[in-house]
Write a protein that binds this ligand. Sequence first.
Ligand code: NI
Length: 139
Amino acid sequence: MSELVRFGVSVDSDLLQQFDQLIGGMGYANRSEAIRDLFREKLVEQEWETPGKDIFGVVSIVYDHHTMGVHRRLTELQHESYVKVISTMHVHIDHQNCLELIVIKGYGNEVRELGEKLISLKGVKYGRLNLGTTGQSVK
Ligand code: NI
């Protein structure tokens, strides 16, 4: 870890009060840690847009397994993609519904593309793509 640097920031008092309330509710012990996390968040978001950089994504979907072909198509999409499928977890929620978590790694545009294809598939009731980082560019 490099040395710590202190710097001053000018901010509107109302905005600072709102920020303090927000981070207090999130469990931050102090502003510094919350601000460090904001820095990291922005750096990771930039990484998602950088061509040629690997990122991680977690796709979570809920679907009705009685819908014809949905499970087969979900599997085909993963096999057809250039993105590496690292792991999948399947949970039989109840008689009708399944939850699937799919961890994928690849370039940002490819991870987004596969995530969006999986989520928009007919029979998928709910889907979300969370983008992550390999951690290489964030200190
Ligand atoms: Ni199931």
